[in-house]
Design a protein around this ligand. Sequence first.
Ligand SMILES: *[C@@H]1O[C@H](CO)[C@@H](O)[C@H](O)[C@H]1NC(C)=O
Ligand SMILES: *[C@@H]1O[C@H](CO)[C@@H](O)[C@H](O)[C@H]1NC(C)=O
Ligand SMILES: *[C@@H]1O[C@H](CO)[C@@H](O)[C@H](O)[C@H]1NC(C)=O
Ligand SMILES: *[C@@H]1O[C@H](CO)[C@@H](O)[C@H](O)[C@H]1NC(C)=O
Length: 569
Amino acid sequence: MSLHHPCNLSLLLFLASAAAAVIAADASGSGGGGSWQLLQSSIGISAMHMQLLSNDRVVIFDRTDFGISNISLAAGNCREDPNERVVTRDCSAHSVEYDSATNTFRPLTVQTDVWCSSGSAMPDGRLLQTGGFNDGERRVRSFSPCAPAACSSSTTTNASACIGCDWVEYENGLAARRWYSTNHLLPDGRQIIVGGRRQFNYEFYPKNDAAPGVYSLPFLVQTNDPDTENNLYPFVFLNVDGNLFIFANNRAILYNYSSRAVVKSYPAIPGGDPRSYPSTGSAALLPLKLALQPGGDVAAEVLVCGGAPRGSYEKAKVGNFVKGLGTCGRIRVNDPNPVWVMETMPRERVMGDMVMLPDGNVLIVNGAGSGTAGWEYGRDPVLNPVIYRPGNPVGSRFEVQNPTAVPRMYHSAAVLLRDGRVLVGGSNPHVYYNFTGVMFPTDLSLEAFSPAYLDGSFDGVRPAVVSPASGSGVAYGQKFAIRFTVAAGDVKADDVAVTMVAPPFTTHSFAMNQRLLVLGSEKLRSVAAGSYEVTVSSPGSRNLAPAGYYMVFVVHREIPSTGVWVKLH
Ligand SMILES: *[C@@H]1O[C@H](CO)[C@@H](O)[C@H](O)[C@H]1NC(C)=O
Ligand SMILES: *[C@@H]1O[C@H](CO)[C@@H](O)[C@H](O)[C@H]1NC(C)=O
Ligand SMILES: *[C@@H]1O[C@H](CO)[C@@H](O)[C@H](O)[C@H]1NC(C)=O
Ligand SMILES: *[C@@H]1O[C@H](CO)[C@@H](O)[C@H](O)[C@H]1NC(C)=O
């Protein structure tokens, strides 16, 4: 490995390896780092779906059909639904906007059922969410980031101050009903919506003349176990060549959604157990390392971790909660003959969430040690998150973190915030809101996990971005300067990396659209005492990074700055 390689993440990860190797030796012990903070004991709803927007607010929602939540809607905004299971007139909210900057929240209004739905942020910053259940199954709903001070808190009583700052719903926006589908933002700015229960097909939103309908995807028929439907919420990633990598059940294809052709088939993951819902492992696209000059090969690797062995669902039905899968498979998407390289996690995990951290590592958090997704089917909460270091040698990649006290079972979620914390919430393995008399009560709280890089002991080396200002725009294939300060001074080029992270839509243990790029960088220079400037290149193509808002972080000696929002256009 060259110490002068223009892309510095490899060095960063190399530097990390010495420390990580030591920690790996006690990986099964009490835990290596990070800390937990309870942010809200109740936001009134259970955080089943979460999306961070470019104003640092997180849109959160659960379902509309399972009773009265613990937060009221603004007056007059009640929902009438004759098919509702618990109440046919519901004046409680099932969505909230959480402001991560002020730790406040306010109710939002969804009028149709958003249960087990999907979505993505769009290039203009809106959240576009699709589908759900019952009256919501063909809805498209849009939420625009907006921030009048008057509607920023839980104490807001003036509903008219927030008009225009709420969900807008489009009836029959989808051509097919979509429940348990996966969405991804495409290079042309549309979303693709893949699969869902009894939907072996995909469609786009918005629609255009070239693709107005629903297109069959035989892979979803081939990977469907008729009894357990183990291919829901497929793991979909935009490959660097513009095709989609689609993983369902226990295998994957590379797919051209324009020509509707399978470009490549990948082998089944060793062991053959299913990893997608309801077996519910998780998956992430590992950091894409870009060169300074556009063009050239960019390696893409996908990591799939955990899940429940085949048959777990049927066994859970009769009270036999099988131990979850303890393995991860990692594959190089563009190799001529790709193979899964298997690794073993410190412990088994089903229903874990995988969150890309600004330093290029992966946080695996939430979930259970046994059982499976589905009502009442999880056991043995896994309270310790694990950090996976993709750049370390096999055998020293996992690092056990300090535990939370809150089990996060079925219907929990986690998202990265711009300040480097991870927002964690949800958990409701019950058909209803059940706060008492059950094994894992419906959880309405929000916590933050702060990885060890946020420890105050690193403040001396922690970078702080001075420019560009948050909210700045940057064009494709453009070189731009990032100015930052580091209190301790003496910053070396080889110790600095710049990463760019897309804010994903997270539900059911999968973060749709999650993407981290390491930008090519050069010319680190000192501009004043403690003040530096580094030149980076934005991605050269929409296949590498669809247009939209990204968080840009400067990482110095493994310690990330707070991010700045940059609009790639
Ligand atoms: C729901 O709200 C009620 C009344 O405000 C409160 O007593 C109760 O503790 C809340 N439940 C939860 C689980 O937060
Ligand atoms: C409520 O908000 C609206 C819109 O911002 C404003 O015009 C109105 O004066 C506010 N009403 C009260 C009682 O504060
Ligand atoms: C997908 O197929 C279309 C039509 O044949 C082609 O124009 C396009 O380049 C292909 N996409 C990729 C990513 O190869
Ligand atoms: C869960 O909540 C529902 C609806 O309120 C109620 O009917 C049911 O008895 C609760 N279950 C338990 C185990 O308390």
